[in-house]
Design a protein. Structure first.
Lengths: 307, 559, 334
């Protein structure tokens, strides 16, 4: 059921898939683009914090401390004190450590959702693109249907259909949203390359089909995939936060993840706004970073932008 | 206003058969500015925020607080509860007495009380209500009479498998101001249960006119009659005007002929605002005058903003359930006691439960007759817990701990956070916790109560009326998948206590049962009682918070 | 064209059948069915089993599905477990609310987005351009539910300019004609009601508009840049036409074509965003029905929402395709 409506979304993806890999020329353009620089700095800082979080965080994310629980009431949450620079969270845990450790979990949710979406999308897209024919038709019909449902609605429906909410269901729900995007992207890239000189040359040299696809065609599709993955990461983090807000999120109270913390802090907005604001600001900054970077990358490799 | 008058006159014309013209004139006047009738009337409109939509307005087909809130304003019960307590007080009946065997109840009715449709509340009308419940036909209708099934156990003709033999045999009206209800046996829940909102008295004329008994299956649910949805007719201080489903507002108007203290405001609007933060912001913005169940986290900021947080008395229990079936170690009393010693309940109450919350020493609040003094205590003692576990050879205990998500109940405002605190305590004594979260409406109750999949779980209960049987009897009166033990001695002790008519002996029997439960059985760990609150703006007075959440708004005025 | 419409409509039938069967089976396999929801806190395992029998939920799923299908074909989707009202009536009431909100958000997004995008393009690479791009992207990066809370806290509670939530003040007793509150107020000449409804509309519409706004700005900017660099504009410029004429008649008009198609695409996004926005602003629309239905596991409602959603979606797609064929002669319908 191809519709003009869904067509637009496809066109955008197809434009991207016809782009070339990131060449030196593209990097040159990126370095002159302030949006790209801001995005890269934000993303870099986030990844750095996430990787170093276990070393930086003074405490465990799930442990509660008598010193904090001493003055903890439902309507008063102790603020900063020696050893706890940001004070307590709603359960007497160290908010500072949780903020730091949450960066890792947030990155984990974003990356995992993206990787799963990418992996499944890659299989579908590569198979469809490499084989063509009825395999292509069938797979793309399925992809188009998925693509035509608004992404957050799709994630909500999938998460709601899970029997037990958990981090896994959130990741899967968010990942499925990006499957059709990656599938279409890779298929377009495969189709474009099937007729290209280097593939024809490899075929002529007798390279087997599997090797041809994996060693000669896939690597050339990597540029657009990186762009899309960057954008998907931002969307995944935001979608996961939305699912948590709707009560469909991770149910493990010990886990620190920004989206989850923001959703759980909804009841404490008047008691300690920091519990909501810090995770919210963190999410906004990170999502902005990935989006800026992704959009700049897209512009850099988009042939239309090269006038 | 224009349109209100327009619509009202249409209703009056349509309902002219039953509704007297005088009533129409009255309500039309209420819509005007001047306050009519009612001594001490202050007039005005009170807007109160509700957390959810009512299902319908026929008392007998409801069991939830959101439906009961408007129903309590529209209807009265034979016996009511003294405002702010669980003590019985005269309602439509000024006097009630039973024969010593508890099988015959005689109600003397208040004189001159009229339903909103102008018909009289007499013995025949009371009997018509009882007979209607007893003779209700249709499996659909019977299944939805949840409180009736609970108290009166069965129907004239049972259409479901899970219904027992009926308690009710008949009702006669020897005089116009008398109704005599006869039962098959003594029931501990009575007379308190006559005051349940579900047993509110409806106008037989209106019920007949609007086919009140029509409950039809509609897909996987039921749909109700015009009586239940558009024409609820009781005797209460407010009359039903409209339920605007699109805007989520239930509008009630003052009943100028009310037999008791007439309502002070002209109009009472319940506005449905499901989002917690939205209710708070509406109150802060002044668009509502109060709301029910404020989050415990907001008490301080609400008070700081000058609002009144009215804390109800405790009438609920939160417990940590223990299922003895799946893990053999839990059959050992010492292990269950170790769990009780391991939990720092004082800290739990202090950290996570609202003002007025208390540690529970047994499975009922202290205000219920049968509450035992000197039950075995389990103060926080992690060392003792560890040694008990070691003694029982259960030092390496791994337990599946179920807790619900997507729910907030007065006894557990935030289950996830309570779970988090309790499981941390249990981990400290070396118990490994395997957390299992399930949505409250999406399988939690099934897993815990029906399938008994858990080792530990969080659950609680809010009392319906002041009787010990409503607490311990509900929990441990029979073999349940929830707790996974079968102890005929305990079951028969509780049954015997329930069947004792003499109030003192009744209480003593339950007190003994409570002692035994805490010392010998410990089938679960009672954790806490925590009161729900209600919040109103500073200019609102006269609202009396009730432990049964049975608030009547006739005494409320807007300054 | 008629044949095209017929064929597309025929394609819809199997799609909906398969979808409904999947949704139906899945919802029934999930734990916590209607019976335990209907029986509330007093539910016992025996009573649940009993009610399941009464409702026919003990029958095999295919049997239940056929029965459901039979009812659904006559327009009977059953009643909601939460409200007791029929699901169709609920949706009929909620739909105008959602449409009203979405339209308002779209008006804001278009009204702000096109001028901003145009300005960004004509100031390419300058601070105005970078500022607009980054600003709109920040809007996208803020979780909608958090933005909603902030808007309420500042503009409703602190400043008191707008009501915090709901669609209409309780003291306004407006007559309903279409279910669109603002429109109804104008139609019945109850201007106080219309003004009140409009006031309620502002904050949620702004919150909902942030994402489409960013998209419209970006597309407008890109397509203005495309057009500015095109041959016919260069020709127009070299012909010596006044810059304002070039801008108005050539650049803007041609640039708006791709923008208008993008706007169509935004409708889907708006519906998704509406779930969060409606929850925060207690807006009685379809999003609220869905969110509530999910948390309280109202299976009859979810079932009907998903199916009707799919149906409406398919029909709207068809209409959009038809309208393209009418607007753009290059599109041929087969």
């Amino acid at each position: 059921m191809t519709t003009t409506w869904a067509q637009r979304r496809k066109d955008r993806i197809d434009d991207l898939s016809s782009g070339r890999s990131l060449t030196g020329e593209a990097f040159q353009r990126l370095r002159r683009n302030p949006a790209a620089i801001i995005g890269a700095v934000l993303v870099g800082a986030f990844v750095l914090v996430a990787l170093l979080a276990p070393a930086l965080a003074p405490h465990d994310a799930a442990e509660s401390f008598p010193a904090l629980r001493e003055n903890l009431r439902p309507d008063t949450i102790p603020g900063a004190q020696p050893g706890f620079p940001l004070g307590s969270d709603q359960n007497g845990r160290d908010f500072f450590s949780r903020m730091l450790l949450a960066s890792q979990q947030t990155l984990f949710v974003g990356v995992f959702a993206t990787v799963i979406g990418l992996a499944v999308g890659m299989v579908i897209g590569t198979v469809a693109g490499a084989f063509g024919g009825w395999v292509d038709t069938l797979l793309m019909r399925f992809v188009d249907v998925l693509l035509s449902v608004p992404s957050l609605l799709l994630a909500i429906s999938i998460a709601a259909l899970a029997a037990r909410p958990s981090q896994t269901t959130v990741i899967i729900a968010v990942a499925i949203v990006s499957v059709p995007i990656f599938a279409r992207l890779l298929r377009g890239s495969m189709l474009a390359q099937r007729e290209s000189d280097h593939v024809l040359a490899a075929t002529a040299l007798g390279v087997k089909r599997n090797a041809l696809v994996l060693r000669h065609m896939l690597p050339n599709a990597i540029g657009p995939v990186i762009v899309q993955a960057t954008l998907t990461l931002a969307a995944s983090i935001l979608d996961a936060a939305a699912l948590s807000f709707l009560g469909l999120g991770d149910a493990d109270p010990g886990r620190a993840e920004w989206g989850l913390m923001l959703a759980q802090a909804q009841s404490y907005l008047d008691v300690r706004p920091a519990l909501a604001f810090y995770p919210a600001i963190a999410i906004i900054v990170v999502a902005l970073g990935f989006t800026l970077l992704g959009e700049s990358l897209r512009e850099a490799i988009d042939p239309k932008g090269r006038r | 206003m224009r349109s209100a008058a327009r619509r009202l006159s249409a209703v009056c014309a349509a309902g002219a058969l039953a509704v007297t013209l005088a009533a129409c004139a009255n309500s039309a006047r209420d819509d005007g500015t001047a306050a009519q009738g009612g001594a001490g009337a202050t007039g005005g409109t009170l807007v109160f925020g509700a957390a959810g939509a009512p299902k319908n307005f026929d008392p007998i087909f409801n069991d939830d607080g959101e439906s009961f809130r408007p129903i309590r304003q529209i209807y009265d019960t034979l016996i009511t509860y003294k405002a702010g307590t669980t003590e019985l007080a005269p309602g439509l009946a000024t006097k009630w007495e039973s024969t010593p065997d508890g099988k015959t109840w005689t109600f003397t009715l208040r004189d001159g009380v009229k339903f909103h449709d102008g018909t009289a509340v007499d013995g025949a009308a009371i009997c018509a209500n009882f007979d209607r419940w007893f003779n209700m036909s249709g499996a659909a209708a019977q299944s939805q009479m949840i409180y009736y099934g609970d108290i009166f156990e069965g129907f004239a003709k049972n259409e479901g498998d899970a219904t027992g033999s009926p308690l009710y045999t008949g009702c006669t009206a020897p005089a116009s101001n008398q109704a005599v209800v006869t039962l098959t046996k003594y029931k501990g829940a009575l007379p308190a249960a006559f005051g349940l909102t579900a047993f509110s008295i409806s106008s037989p004329t209106a019920m007949k006119q609007y086919n009140a008994n029509e409950v039809t299956q509609s897909g996987d649910s039921f749909s109700y009659s015009a009586y239940a949805t558009e024409h609820p007719t009781g005797t209460g201080a407010f009359k039903f005007q409209s339920y605007d489903r699109a805007n989520g507002t239930v509008t009630l108007v003052r009943n100028d002929d009310y037999w008791g203290e007439k309502a002070k405001v002209d109009k009472l609007i319940f506005r449905i605002i499901p989002d917690e933060n939205a209710r708070k912001q509406e109150l802060a913005a002044g668009t509502i005058d109060g709301y029910d169940l404020p989050s415990p986290a907001d008490y301080a900021s609400l008070k700081a903003a000058g609002q009144q947080v009215l804390v109800r008395d405790n009438f609920n229990i939160l417990y940590l359930g223990i299922n003895q079936k799946n893990n053999p170690a839990l059959k050992d009393l010492r292990v269950r006691q170790a769990i009780a010693y391991a939990i720092n309940r004082d800290a739990l109450v202090k950290n996570k439960l609202p003002e007025g919350g208390e540690v529970a020493t047994q499975f009922m609040p202290s205000t219920v007759a049968g509450y035992a003094q000197g039950v075995q205590q389990y103060p926080y003692d992690p060392e003792k817990a560890k040694s008990l576990l070691a003694e029982a050879g259960a030092s390496n205990l791994t337990l599946n701990f179920y807790y619900p998500t997507e729910v907030s109940r007065p006894y557990m405002p935030n289950p996830t956070e309570l779970f988090s605190v309790i499981s941390e305590d249990l981990k400290q004594v070396g118990i490994t916790i395997n957390p299992v979260a399930e949505p409250w409406n999406g399988g939690y109750k099934d897993s815990v109560q029906k399938a008994g999949k858990q080792d530990l779980h969080l659950l609680g209960w809010t009392g319906d009326y002041n009787d010990a049987g409503n607490f311990v009897g509900t929990f441990f009166g029979r073999e349940k998948a929830e707790f996974g033990f079968n102890d005929p001695a305990l079951f028969s002790a509780l049954a015997a206590a329930d069947a004792t008519p003499d109030p003192a002996a009744h209480a003593a029997a339950y007190a003994q049962a409570n002692q035994d439960i805490m010392a010998k059985y410990l089938p679960a760990v009672p954790l806490s009682s925590s009161p729900p609150a209600i919040v109103v703006r500073s200019n609102i007075s006269g609202l009396v918070p009730s432990p049964l959440t049975d608030e009547r708004f006739n005494t409320v005025s807007k300054g | 064209m008629l044949r095209f419409v017929m064929r597309r409509l025929l394609q819809v039938v199997p799609t909906l059948l398969v979808l409904s069967a999947l949704v139906f089976a899945w919802l029934r396999l999930l734990p916590g069915g209607p019976a335990s929801a209907l029986l509330g806190d007093k539910a016992t395992p025996e009573k649940i089993a009993d009610l399941n029998k009464i409702l026919g939920l003990d029958q095999p799923i295919p049997v239940q599905y056929v029965r459901f299908l039979g009812r659904a074909l006559t327009g009977d989707f059953g009643s909601s477990l939460i409200s007791g009202d029929t699901v169709l009536a609920e949706i009929a009431r909620a739909l105008p609310a959602t449409i009203e909100l979405s339209v308002a958000a779209l008006v804001i997004a278009i009204g702000l987005g096109i001028p901003l995008g145009y300005l960004a393009a004509t100031h390419r690479g300058r601070p105005l351009d970078n500022g607009t791009i980054i600003g709109t992207l920040v809007g996208v990066a803020v979780p909608v539910f958090f933005l909603g809370y902030l808007l309420k806290a500042v503009f409703a509670v602190q400043l008191g300019w707008f009501p915090p939530s709901g669609r209409q003040a309780v003291d306004i007793d407006a007559t309903r004609v279409t279910g669109f509150a603002v429109l109804d107020g104008l139609l019945t000449r109850e201007f106080d009601a219309a003004a009140d409804a409009l006031q309620h509309l502002v904050l949620p519409a702004v919150a909902l508009a942030t994402i489409p706004l960013a998209v419209i700005v970006r597309i407008t900017r890109a397509s203005v840049l495309d057009v500015v660099n095109s041959d016919f504009v260069r020709t127009a410029n070299s012909k010596g036409l006044a810059p304002s004429t070039v801008r108005g008649r050539h650049v803007l008009r041609n640039a708006l074509l791709p923008v208008s198609t993008t706007i169509g695409l935004q409708v889907g996004l708006l519906l998704a965003g509406a779930v969060l926005t409606e929850k925060v602003f207690v807006w009685g629309g379809v999003g609220t029905l869905l969110a509530d239905g999910i948390t309280r596991r109202d299976y009859p409602r979810l079932q009907a929402l998903i199916l009707l959603g799919a149906l409406i979606y398919v029909l709207v797609n068809l209409l959009v395709d038809l309208s393209y064929a009418i607007i753009d002669p290059r599109v041929r319908l087969r």
